[in-house]
Design a binder for this molecule. Structure first.
Ligand code: GTP
Ligand code: MN
Ligand code: MN
Length: 383
């Protein structure tokens, strides 16, 4: 790390999207602690508090030096009082009693267990906790009603909580690409999400599908799903059939949800990734070997969460930017657009609220230009 810290010069920008945030940074112990606090706050339904811890963690990730004294943070934005207290504890004792207490608390551990089920959010997990449920077995014991998504989530709990590796993501992209090309030559499949930011593993695979001739993408996702299904690749899928609103529709830009909702046709799925041991066993009916050992290591196949999104070519750069993440980076990009530029940014486009015009873009670089921001590479968006 550079010997001369930047903090005295007050160079740390207030918005995440103005900063470069690499995947590997110098303050991992501190950010892990703050992220635990952010998660705990989220589990309590305190989104504002959660965001505050999350922002503090993000800013520490962007520092090109290791924090050694709390004074170094006095000119760094986004580190609130409570975060400072945690950081100080960590710097002095190498651990924070408050964070450790959270990690060991029954509520936190149970909420973590339940929210790791695909399809279970804080609200439902919290209800189960209130009812006295503590383990996955308790769900069956109490005959808890689960929707199809949650049933699939529980069934594949082990696999879906085993990190997806890059080669697995690439293998799945290739399977989807083959199906897409079979239907519509020229259509493209792009790996986005965490993998595009250079993460070596992730919790799912995010894929964008588009076609260079506008309109050709329509209905593509639906047909791809039916091919993949017939090939035995899908353990679960649920398609959100959205009708793309016209970009001329002001609602899309001025409503409260204008920057968080998106209207693409999308599919949440669980893939059956076969042949992990290089065997030639078939897709659909394959028996899972060694599933009961819990490790999954001896299994010949693996369940993997995949998000598929279909986007018109003209909106592709916005969709790419929106789906590359990280969530913290996206949130601040939209906040910056709104508050600093009077623009609404979402995964469909960029709209100037006062001039009432669209700002089209052929690349992510152009979107950053419209916003007057320096271009930040995907690898630098790991906030
Ligand atoms: P891992 O999957 O854990 O590796 O991290 P990730 O960054 O890929 O997270 P995730 O797959 O949850 O999301 C990827 C990106 O897609 C994030 O930046 C999200 O903001 C974005 N995203 C996820 N769901 C939606 C959605 O419904 N609408 C929009 N517009 N973006 C979404
Ligand atoms: Mn992802
Ligand atoms: Mn995803």
């Amino acid at each position: 790390a550079p010997a001369e810290p930047l903090e005295e010069k007050g160079q740390v920008a207030p918005y995440i999207c103005q900063r470069r945030t690499p995947l590997l940074h110098h303050n991992t112990a501190l950010t892990d602690a703050l992220e635990t606090m952010a998660e705990e706050a989220r589990f309590c339904g305190s989104d504002v508090r959660s965001l505050a811890f999350s922002r503090a963690a993000s800013v520490l990730k962007s520092l090109p030096w290791r924090v050694k004294r709390i004074q170094q943070l006095h000119t760094v934005p986004c580190v609130g009082e409570h975060s400072q207290r945690i950081i100080q504890e960590m710097l002095e004792d190498g651990m924070s009693a408050e964070v450790e207490q959270v990690r060991q608390s029954e509520r936190y551990r149970t909420m973590k267990l339940f929210t790791k089920i695909f399809g279970v959010g804080v609200k439902i997990a919290s209800q189960w906790y209130q009812r006295g449920l503590r383990t996955l077995a308790d769900l069956q014991l109490h005959q808890i009603k689960l929707n199809l998504e949650q049933q699939a989530g529980l069934l594949h709990y082990e696999d879906l909580n085993t990190p997806v590796e890059l080669w697995e993501a690439e293998a799945i992209s290739q399977v989807v690409r083959k199906a897409v090309e079979q239907i519509s030559p020229g259509a493209t499949v792009t790996l986005t999400g965490g993998f595009r930011r250079g993460k070596p593993c992730g919790h799912d695979v995010d894929l964008l599908i588009t076609h260079p001739s506008e309109g050709q993408e329509m209905g593509l996702l639906c047909r791809v799903i039916s091919i993949l299904d017939s090939q035995g690749f899908l353990l679960y899928h649920s398609t959100h059939r959205n009708s793309l609103p016209s970009l001329e529709d002001e609602e899309l830009w001025v409503s409260d949800h204008s920057s968080t909702m998106d209207h693409f046709e999308r599919c949440l799925s669980i893939f059956h990734l076969g042949d992990l041991a290089g065997s030639n066993q078939g897709g659909a009916g394959a028996q899972k070997l060694g599933a009961s050992t819990g490790s999954g290591a001896s299994s010949l196949w693996k369940a993997v969460r995949v998000d598929l999104v279909e986007t018109p070519y003209s909106q592709f750069p916005f969709a790419l930017l929106g789906w590359t993440g990280s969530r913290n980076f996206e949130r601040d990009l939209r906040r910056f657009s709104k508050h600093e530029k009077k623009m609404t940014l979402n995964s469909h486009g960029l709209y100037h609220l006062e001039q009432k015009i669209f700002l089209p873009a052929a690349s992510e670089e152009e979107i950053f230009q419209h916003l007057g921001l320096e271009y930040i590479l995907p690898e630098e968006r790991n906030a």
